[in-house]
Design a protein around this ligand. Sequence first.
Ligand SMILES: Cc1cc2nc3c(=O)[nH]c(=O)nc-3n(C[C@H](O)[C@H](O)[C@H](O)COP(=O)(O)O)c2cc1C
Length: 240
Amino acid sequence: MTFKEIVESRRSIRKFDTEHVFKHERVTEALRLAILSPNSSNLQTWEFYRVKSADKLKELSEACLNQGAARTASEMVVFVSRQDLWEKRANWNAQQIKNKVGDRQELSKREKRGIHYYETMMKLFYDNSLWPLNSIFRRLVLLWRVLNGKPMMRFTRKQDSKVVSNKSVAIAAQTFMLAMKDQGYDTCPMEGFDSAWVRKALDLPKSADVSIIVACGKGLPEGITNERLRLPYGEVVFEV
Ligand SMILES: Cc1cc2nc3c(=O)[nH]c(=O)nc-3n(C[C@H](O)[C@H](O)[C@H](O)COP(=O)(O)O)c2cc1C
């Protein structure tokens, strides 16, 4: 299929063929591609939990309110946002630059900027360890920028880093679903779940944010339960 055909034929499927012998390795490949998705500052504050065993699928399906897609899925992938891992992932990025530098004494401007970005700048936006002091400091920096007529990311609240991380996770989920379609499989993204139940089923820490759960399988024709309706192009696209 061409990219256009993949996008046009992907639908959210609510009933999968439970008799189908599912090729789990296709999920492996789709996740490999999902990991290549764009993500904020390359922090990769995401985790992907694959649920394949019959008992775990049943447990997760209950957490997903026993929706049709969850009940009949051959595999489910839980897309988790780990904004709490920002520092670990920032250090990992800084380390990648340092590994490239090795024993070389002179660092290029780009390398210096990269290390400064991950080791210092990240803290300004993500560090909430001295709450509410972090927020007060950010607001003061913002005020100073505003008074000087300069733009700045309005990233002052705790939930801002959560939103940023979830944006990256959602993009990865879309790459995953398109990659599954490309390999002959169907999906259904779900936010209809009890996050506390999902966290318990997967033994996730409280700081992990369950973003989206994607049910996967071989779609049945009756799995398409609604017409594909979209607002007209002109109502949602603006040229400015
Ligand atoms: C964030 C998000 C959450 C969704 N949650 C559910 C859900 O819990 N259950 C479900 O059956 N479909 C869910 N969907 C699927 C949407 O209902 C579906 O994408 C929409 O109706 C458009 O249909 P299409 O995907 O077939 O084009 C969700 C989709 C998104 C993007």
